[in-house]
Design a protein around this ligand. Structure first.
Ligand code: NAD
Length: 417
């Protein structure tokens, strides 16, 4: 992946680009560009052999003007303070774009979870949850899964919090297993919002998504579900990749067969009846739709110049560097931004939290219907705002919508002595 951009600086550029179209005082703009607080930890965790290992961990609470801080927890060796700050800021504006009443936060531990046993990961997660306890809560800050974390880690965090607080508060985290208070439809929600955004985008700019060709970088939770649902909509998924390589079939991949192959071998590479491609081949493929669904900075300016995709819908957070974004705008290739396209995860997290608070659980079809309404309304809002302000691209439109909502909440909060 290109490393030319610091993700926190990318976030700040995106905010400044949109703020240029709005009347914002310099001091207020500074507030919008920086986290309110960042917790940095050194967690000392006992390994199975009795030794002690130190892990760096972070939680950034970026902005709470619209509600509790909200955002995932990532386990990855590349986690840094700036990455967590950026991801927490994107959460603020993502929640605002889809009008979910949350602020933004994010956490992470610099760890490759593949190198540790389940019991070591449980001790690490419970140690992090213990440190987070004074800062989180269902009305304060609500963690969720992100890269390399899922229901298991959320259940551990919930259990640690509830044990220490001597209560039951399932809404302290989202993305839990349904039997621990999770919502039906949550696991597939991010991929579903990617599909819904792409479907709306093709309906808006073209005749529809049927028969559109699609390449997807990253075949994890977001990428796989997006591939599956896009194929259900009639699109032809011709290439998918993961960290080891890519599988290509110009006639359309059998998404389930590729998934089975990845489960059995650990990679999409060499899936039956497919040709091997590189990750770069996927990013530059001549397709109607490119979906980056891996990590940030996947598409740098060189790749942006070389890509032949007709449209980009961002499943990952921050997959384009600012320079790449500018090049795609210049080239007239529409980009539908992460803060709309992958907002399905946080939207259904919100539904999960509402269900937890009410102790009343919805059917999966109700969850999917409410998600569809949220994403299509947000999509229409972007299109309208882009026209109203004559904006250069959909990302700036998304930030204009989001910043206006955050500013309204901030201003309505009034003065605190
Ligand atoms: P995941 O860990 O399930 O999957 C990540 C995938 O990316 C894996 O297939 C991995 O092999 C692949 N990958 C990593 N490096 C790669 C590389 N260099 N080239 C090609 N593929 C590579 O993670 P996920 O939950 O699917 O998240 C992916 C992205 O979506 C992240 O940016 C995450 O922040 C974002 N996101 C996820 C959710 C969610 O609910 N899962 C919600 C919002 C945003």
């Amino acid at each position: 992946m290109g490393q030319e951009a610091n993700p926190f600086e990318s976030l700040q550029v995106q905010i400044e680009d949109a703020a240029a179209y709005l009347d914002i005082d310099a001091g207020v703009l500074e507030r919008l560009k920086h986290p309110e607080r960042v917790l940095e930890l050194n967690l000392s965790v006992e390994m199975d052999d009795g030794s002690l290992e130190r892990f760096r961990a972070f939680r950034s609470q970026f902005n709470g003007d619209r509600g509790p801080y909200k955002g995932g927890i990532r386990y990855h060796p590349g986690v840094t303070r700036d990455e967590v700050k950026a991801l927490s800021g994107w959460m603020v504006y993502k929640c605002a774009v889809v009008d979910v009443p949350y602020g933004g936060g994010k956490g992470g531990i610099a760890v490759d979870p593949g190198g540790y046993s389940v019991s070591e990961l449980e001790r690490l997660t419970r140690s992090f949850a213990t440190e987070l306890r004074p800062l989180i809560g269902e009305d304060v800050d609500i963690p969720a899964p992100d890269v390399n974390t899922g229901q298991r880690e959320m259940n551990w965090i919930k259990d640690t919090y509830e044990t220490l607080e001597n209560t039951t508060t399932p809404g302290v985290v989202t993305g839990k297993a349904p039997s621990s208070g999770g919502s039906l439809g949550r696991v597939r929600a991010t991929g579903r919002s990617v599909m819904l955004t792409a479907r709306e985008a093709f309906a808006h700019l073209h005749d529809g998504i049927e028969d559109a060709t699609v390449a997807i970088q990253g075949f994890g939770n977001a990428g796989y579900v997006a591939a599956d649902l896009l194929a259900d909509e009639g699109a032809t998924v011709v290439a998918v990749s993961d960290s080891r390589g890519a599988a290509h079939d110009p006639h359309g991949l059998d998404v389930e067969a590729v998934k089975t192959h990845k489960r059995e071998t650990g990679s999409v590479l060499n899936a039956p009846d497919t040709e091997s491609w590189t990750n770069k081949d996927v990013l530059t493929a001549d397709v109607d739709l490119l979906v980056p669904a891996a990590l940030e900075n996947a598409i740098d300016k060189q790749t942006a110049r070389e890509t032949s995709a007709g449209m980009v819908v961002e499943a990952a957070n921050g997959p384009l560097t600012p320079a790449a974004d500018d090049i795609l705008t210049e080239r007239g290739i529409p980009v539908f931004p992460d803060i709309l396209a992958n907002a399905g995860g946080v939207t259904v997290s919100y539904f999960e939290w509402v269900q937890n608070r009410q102790r009343f659980y919805w059917t999966e079809s109700r969850v999917n219907d409410e998600l569809e309404r949220a994403i299509t309304e947000a999509f229409d809002g972007l299109v309208e705002t882009r026209e109203q302000y004559d904006l250069p691209n959909y990302r700036t439109a998304a930030y204009v919508v989001a910043i206006r909502r955050v500013l309204d909440a901030y201003r309505e909060g009034g003065e605190w002595p």
